[in-house]
Design a protein around this ligand. Sequence first.
Ligand SMILES: *[C@@H]1O[C@H](CO)[C@@H](O)[C@H](O)[C@H]1NC(C)=O
Ligand SMILES: *[C@@H]1O[C@H](CO)[C@@H](O)[C@H](O)[C@H]1NC(C)=O
Ligand SMILES: *[C@@H]1O[C@H](CO)[C@@H](O)[C@H](O)[C@H]1NC(C)=O
Ligand SMILES: *[C@@H]1O[C@H](CO)[C@@H](O)[C@H](O)[C@H]1NC(C)=O
Length: 472
Amino acid sequence: MSTARLLGISILCLLLVRNSESVSDDVSALLAFKRAIYDDPLSKLSDWNSRDKDPCTWSGVGCSAFNRQVVTLELSNSSLQGFLAPEIGSLKSLQKLVLDHNTFMGSIPKDIGKLKNLMELNLSTNQLAGPIPSEIGDMTKITKIDLHANRLDGAIPPEVGKLGNLLELRLSNNRLTGIIPASNDSNMESANSNDQIGLCQLSQLTDIDLSYNFLVGDIPTCLNQIQRSSLAWNCFQNNDTSNRPLQQCMNENGLPEPLWLLILEVIAAVSFLCLLTLCTITGLRRCRARSSESRNSSPWTRAVSWKENTVISIDDDLLVNVPKISRQELSEACEDFSNIIGSSQETVVYKGTLKDGREIAVVSLSVSVPYWNDYVIEMARLSHENVAKMVGYCKESEPFSRMLVFQYPPNGTLYEHLHDGEGWQLSWPRRMKLALAIARALRYLHTELQPPFAVAALTSSSIYLTEDYSPK
Ligand SMILES: *[C@@H]1O[C@H](CO)[C@@H](O)[C@H](O)[C@H]1NC(C)=O
Ligand SMILES: *[C@@H]1O[C@H](CO)[C@@H](O)[C@H](O)[C@H]1NC(C)=O
Ligand SMILES: *[C@@H]1O[C@H](CO)[C@@H](O)[C@H](O)[C@H]1NC(C)=O
Ligand SMILES: *[C@@H]1O[C@H](CO)[C@@H](O)[C@H](O)[C@H]1NC(C)=O
């Protein structure tokens, strides 16, 4: 009898699971969304409980009354800080995504194009960077797109022209460049709507705001027929006084004028740091000079000879202790390498989550490094509270991959906080703490470590911050 009951229960369970399958998709997508947010000072997401089967009661989440699918996600002005998780694309029934006035960083995930039912997208007033993904053209039901006041760059994707239901498009106050994708306006034949491309295809459009960008080229005449259009403060090829001044347009990057106060603060912080490093170095030099007075060689020549010894003294056994991670695994952890959080000329940095839940930053080198193994060993032997901890590496030749995997420091780079953030997170005591910790890290690398590790270029963008604003 008990077997029969058990069977009955499992069938029931099976049915329940079947029924709630799509709801649990929503739950896991929302939980991924929450995980990518690393700061929630107002505890807006505190009732987003992973054990909950029904997300419809969670704050900011709205469900359809008849099938309990998530249809709205509205978290305006909630002081959320973090990234936009690509999993958001799995909210199949989502109609409204409103996350304005927060601190979302990183890029807009291309998975957003999977939101086929989305009608309103409002990500305005955040710190989103990178290009507008062309996949935005797949959200065919969309009526309102608001991405104003971010740091988006690149060109407006011509795919926007596929959004036949679009009424409002706000892309002002970004760093968009390139031409407005539209048909060549002097071309009279293109009055035929089939020939129209780009924004001129959007027959429903009533509001367009592209002001305060760095767009170039001609203004398509079709935009003048739109009820409300704002195109001021760009770099268009007309003689209009509403354009940006010429020298701003020459400077393609469109650097915003930093506040004099911020400059002063940065200068003060940097000179303090230099002074401190100098003091440490002189102090140590004197210390060493005293301890090695009998010897003729100065500490610096000694340091050089240590460096020469490096190759000999370190054997490949060390590499055995460093976990090798396959490209496949890293690709899964980093969502197909879509989540770029930083880059330089030779490296791209991705964020990811390993299967065991550890958050990682993956530094991918695009160029071949001659002594790759030595390099990995060098990085692996570093162990200090203020030096990024390496958790593994990846070396494959097909496709060519050279990657270093580090613990993920969730608070971005120091550069971002000094130049882009409002600066309020960096109080003076905090800056003091940072400067001291950086000096400690340098002391460790340059003097305590044997052989020493040379930091070739120390910049604020190579300093990452942890939750408690300790540098790495
Ligand atoms: C955001 O919230 C704060 C405090 O709750 C409020 O003072 C402010 O006006 C809000 N800003 C916007 C743009 O809604
Ligand atoms: C997006 O949100 C902001 C702030 O709540 C609001 O002012 C703006 O009108 C919204 N955009 C659209 C297209 O509704
Ligand atoms: C618009 O003009 C550019 C350059 O003059 C040309 O390359 C492009 O093909 C034209 N586009 C259309 C749709 O006519
Ligand atoms: C801009 O104005 C100047 C003088 O007013 C004129 O010579 C020039 O051709 C104009 N350029 C364009 C692109 O209209």
